[in-house]
Design a protein around this ligand. Structure first.
Ligand code: MYA
Ligand code: JJ1
Length: 388
């Protein structure tokens, strides 16, 4: 029973699960003049603030809130540790709205106790181009949980998105809400198996020794595909073309402009790594792959405090086999000292996961749309969208 979600324009479990559904917006847009002009009311001890992500002092507060209170695995052993640099990058794509970076502060102490963000994005949904908000980083301080603050924050971000004449949103969560459009699984490829086992991220397989395990996950010291190199600014048009061509086959996929590709995919140290394959003769860019950096805090560990994880971002293989491209990106991540490489079972990822010794994780990621109903659920392999 979902007291809040029942009231929202999302699919509900009672909606004929077996019947055919309409496809498209659930509620029609309101006239902008009908949208509530004032923020929603918070409990009286709290107030709204806009978190200016360009301000170092404010980003330290956001970082402190998230690094201590954001998403953990099912056994509370690891917690996402998004860096300030990463958050700045994720929250300022072309056309972003500063007032979609919403904080809640205690009135007396001014301490930041909750956060939610939106960024604008153009997303293709079964061929239709839809202007959306991507909602992320919803976080409430552990001491303020279960007080029904999340619904107020979601309504407030919704109001601010509506004020920009945007009526749909997409978001992902580790929890099941009404109603996922798709449910994906995380897969993990050990790069530093000894550390992963030491900290309880993975286990020694039956009848395996540590030295056999280290050997099993060993990777070459350099990439194998001729022409593999870091993406540069001059590659933006070619990479945009590759992505647009590749992503058009998926039911849900971002509509990437050159400006967005330049912003999201040009390498930034410890934030996003992108590579291309440039044909040594023709100099044509034939393939592309990328990952982003999202470490986790190891919650109670003796020897280690942080797990360095790479997450597969976007990939396009047109000439090089996808497994070979992925093998090269694993080599790059290993050379850059990442402990683990994570990927979802979306797009064509299934085709290389087992081959390259990824194993299934215990975490799932559910994808959602707000105010948009799909006529049928989507398979993970029909998803072409990665949220940060
Ligand atoms: S997903 C990451 C979410 N963050 C975390 O998991 C961090 C750790 N957890 C927390 O900080 C809190 O537990 C949160 C809930 C903040 C998650 N998405 O205040 P409450 C519903 C949506 O008493 P708390 C991400 O960032 C829950 O079912 N709803 O609960 C994407 C219940 O409603 P109902 C959620 O535990 C976020 C109500 O909240 C989530 O103190 C997308 C309880 O509220 C969740 N992850 O706080 C947000 N978890 O009674 C939606 C619980 O109905 C965006 N709930 O079951 C929608 C689109 C908006 C824009 C639209 C524009 C057009
Ligand atoms: O990282 C995750 N699981 C790990 C650690 C499990 C620790 C015990 N719970 C895991 N490890 C096994 C690795 C092993 C390596 C060798 C091959 C076999 C596998 O499974 C999981 C994902 O699997 N992560 C989480 O649960 C974190 C939360 C995920 C939901 C994210 C929500 C994001 C919302 C923002 O939009």
């Amino acid at each position: 029973w979902h007291m809040f979600w029942e009231t929202q324009p999302v699919r509900h479990y009672k909606d004929g699960e077996n019947q055919e559904q309409m496809e498209g917006a659930i509620d029609v847009p309101q006239p902008i003049s009908d949208i509530k002009q004032e923020p929603y009311n918070l409990p009286s001890n709290y107030e709204w603030c806009v978190c200016d992500v360009t301000n170092d002092r404010i980003m330290k507060e956001v970082y402190a809130l998230l690094s201590n209170n954001y998403v953990e695995d099912d056994d509370n052993m690891f917690r996402f540790d998004y860096s300030v640099q990463f958050l700045r990058w994720a929250l300022q794509p072309p056309g972003y709205f500063p007032d979609w970076h919403i904080g809640v502060r205690a009135k007396a102490s001014k301490k930041l106790v909750a956060f939610i963000t939106g960024i604008p994005a153009r997303v293709h949904v079964r061929g239709k181009l839809v202007f959306m908000a991507e909602i992320n980083f919803l976080c409430i301080h552990k001491k303020l949980r279960a007080k029904r603050l999340a619904p107020v924050m979601i309504k407030e971000v919704t109001r601010r998105v509506h004020l920009e004449n945007i009526w749909q949103a997409t978001y992902t969560a580790g929890v099941v809400l009404p109603v996922p459009i798709a449910t994906c699984q995380y897969w993990h490829r050990s790069l530093n198996p000894k550390k992963l086992i030491d900290v309880g991220f993975s286990r020694l397989a039956p009848r395996m020794t540590m030295s056999r395990t280290v050997k099993l996950y060993h990777l070459p010291k350099e990439t194998l595909t001729p022409g593999f190199r870091a993406m540069e600014k001059q590659d933006v048009p070619a990479v945009t073309q590759l992505l647009q061509g590749y992503l058009s086959q998926f039911v849900i996929a971002p509509d990437f402009s050159e400006a967005v590709v330049e912003y999201l995919l040009l390498p930034i140290k410890n934030v996003v790594n992108s590579y291309v394959i440039e044909n040594p003769e023709s100099h044509i860019i034939t393939d592309f792959c990328s990952f982003y950096t999202l470490p986790s805090t190891i919650i109670d560990s003796m020897n280690h405090t942080q797990l360095k994880a790479a997450y597969l971002y976007y990939n396009v293989a047109t000439v090089t086999p996808l497994v070979q491209l992925m093998n090269d990106i694993l080599i790059m991540a290993k050379l850059s000292n990442y402990d683990v490489f994570n990927a979802l079972d979306i797009m064509h990822n299934e085709s290389f996961l087992k081959n390259l010794k990824f194993g299934p994780g215990d975490g799932h990621l559910h994808y959602y749309l707000y105010n948009y109903s799909l006529s049928a659920p989507v398979k993970p392999l029909e998803l072409g969208l990665v949220l940060l």
